[in-house]
Design a protein around this ligand. Structure first.
Ligand code: ATP
Length: 327
């Protein structure tokens, strides 16, 4: 028989993602439904180190389902990577009587969760990152909103590019992963997309694609670059050298992390928040809530972190065809 859970703490950590608030709300509401007290841990793992913890109330989570950012704030905590920092976090759990923690964030956050679970604290992770780079799950909260934000920006850029017959280079977030860039490239009909997962032959992957577009009668070109693949300014310089065009550079940056979450992110976050509390209540620990084949499942954190996520092959094949150059 697993110990009865009386008090759960919830935190958001690492880069924020639209939909984190919806997950916090779902954790709170599921706790209330199960007569579990729900504590907010503020500012990521730092909050657990510093005792930045308080009981959440209904008003804390009212109307946050539609809000971007995170009401719990987020932070990076170098101290939590140390044994001393983790020990302070364990003491905070003891002081507040926290039986389990829901940690919402990316892979770094889950490394923290793994460390904490090794100290005997029950932890369940919810993947919240616009990068969609967690291999154990098909989807991470925030990706859809970030993609839609980028698409909206690029559509606007395209209007002005088209009027002036220009080449645009747009840098998309994603850290070391190109999932967001590929998705956005497909959604915007980009001329070329550069991602870190694939080796880049600049002549073949960019210059020839611009030429092919020009030969097809186009006079404006959209080059999408994942931040992990190259710097947009350098890509623009090389295009200038190779074609004589004078590309305009846009780095979308943090704008992609904000905004009201899409329905997909809200619903995914709500399902995951619910599932996370159910998992803790069932005595599970050291798990990440994931989506596979449209279903929520939970996966061992160590196993999840050892997995590698490549770009969806169908998306890559489709993109190659859409950008019109054969290998
Ligand atoms: P994103 O990738 O979306 O920014 P993330 O969760 O990967 O999100 P990180 O900054 O990598 O963001 O990690 C968040 C926090 O998790 C770190 O600031 C640190 O406190 C903790 N963390 C990361 N790696 C470890 C580790 N190896 N051991 C303990 N804690 C860690």
């Amino acid at each position: 028989m697993s110990k009865q859970i009386k008090r759960i703490g919830v935190l958001t950590s690492g880069g924020d993602a639209p939909g984190m608030n919806a997950a916090v709300r779902a954790v709170y509401r599921t706790c209330v439904n199960r007569n579990i007290e729900c504590l907010g841990i503020f500012r990521g793992w730092n909050g657990l180190i510093n005792g930045d913890v308080r009981r959440l109330t209904q008003s804390d989570v009212s109307h946050i389902i539609s809000r971007g950012g995170t009401v719990l704030y987020s932070a990076r905590s170098p101290e939590f990577k140390t044994e001393a920092g983790q020990q302070k976090a364990v003491n905070t759990c003891k002081l507040f009587g926290i039986d389990g923690i829901v940690a919402i964030g990316g892979d770094g956050t889950f490394r923290g969760a793994l460390a904490l679970s090794k100290h005997g604290i029950s932890v369940v992770g919810i993947p919240g990152t616009i990068d969609n780079d967690i291999a154990s799950t098909a989807y991470t909260i925030g990706f859809d909103t970030a993609a839609n934000t980028a698409v909206e920006c690029i559509d606007k850029l395209r209007d002005t590019m088209q009027s002036h017959e220009r080449c645009s280079v747009v840098e998309i977030m994603g850290r070391d992963a190109g999932h967001l860039a590929v998705y956005v490239g497909l959604a915007t009909g980009a001329t070329a997309v550069l991602v870190p997962e694939l080796p880049i032959d600049f002549e073949r992957d960019v210059i020839e694609k611009i030429r092919a577009a020009r030969l097809n009668g186009f006079t404006h070109y959209m080059i999408v670059v994942a931040e992990g693949a190259a710097k947009a300014m350098e890509v623009a310089e090389k295009i200038k050298e190779g074609t004589g065009l004078d590309p305009r550079v846009t780095v979308l940056g943090h704008i992609q992390r904000g905004g009201s979450p899409t329905a997909r992110d809200r619903v995914t976050a709500t399902r995951m928040g619910y599932y996370a509390v159910e998992a803790l209540a069932a005595g599970k620990t050291n798990r990440i809530i994931c989506i596979r084949d449209g279903k929520n499942i939970d996966v061992d954190i160590e196993e999840a972190l050892s997995m590698h996520k490549g770009i969806n092959q169908l998306d890559l094949d489709t993109l190659k065809t859409m950008t019109g150059i054969n290998d």
